[in-house]
Design a protein. Sequence first.
Length: 175
Amino acid sequence: MNAPPSSSATTPPGSETDAGTERPPLSAALDILDYASGTAGEAWALLARLLFLHGKPRFPAIARELDLHPGQAIVVRLLAEPRPMGELAEAMHCDNSNITGIVDRLEERGLVDRQPADYDRRVKLIALTGDGKHIREELNVRMAEPPEALTSLSEEDQTTLRDILRRATADPESG
């Protein structure tokens, strides 16, 4: 006979456990700072914490506010120009069937349409409609807004961080 589940198995995240102590939020399991080694590792873990764990994750929240699933929002952002579904699947590291479902839902909302490619009628390009272009613009504008964790830094710290990140993301081929 199986034992009844412990109350901790049914305790909602962020609530008290049997011992009366509060459990950390589920997102804490994604924090990699304890695994980082060296200064660069710690810097990377802190960037990851800022991007993915600090406050409410920005991208999913913005997507939700625009009535999009995060995967749909990524596809909309990728469509700066019409693209074949295979390219979208490759960019998102998923199967074509996953992209088909995402595109179907975006098409139902009137945000994208399928167009034949000039170079091959068998290939369908996914293109944003006027409404889709508006949503893409809104997503990009909202994503470009810095989080409070950055805007609360002094102007000097913001400049230093920007300059360091510019060097870290510079193309080594360009000089």
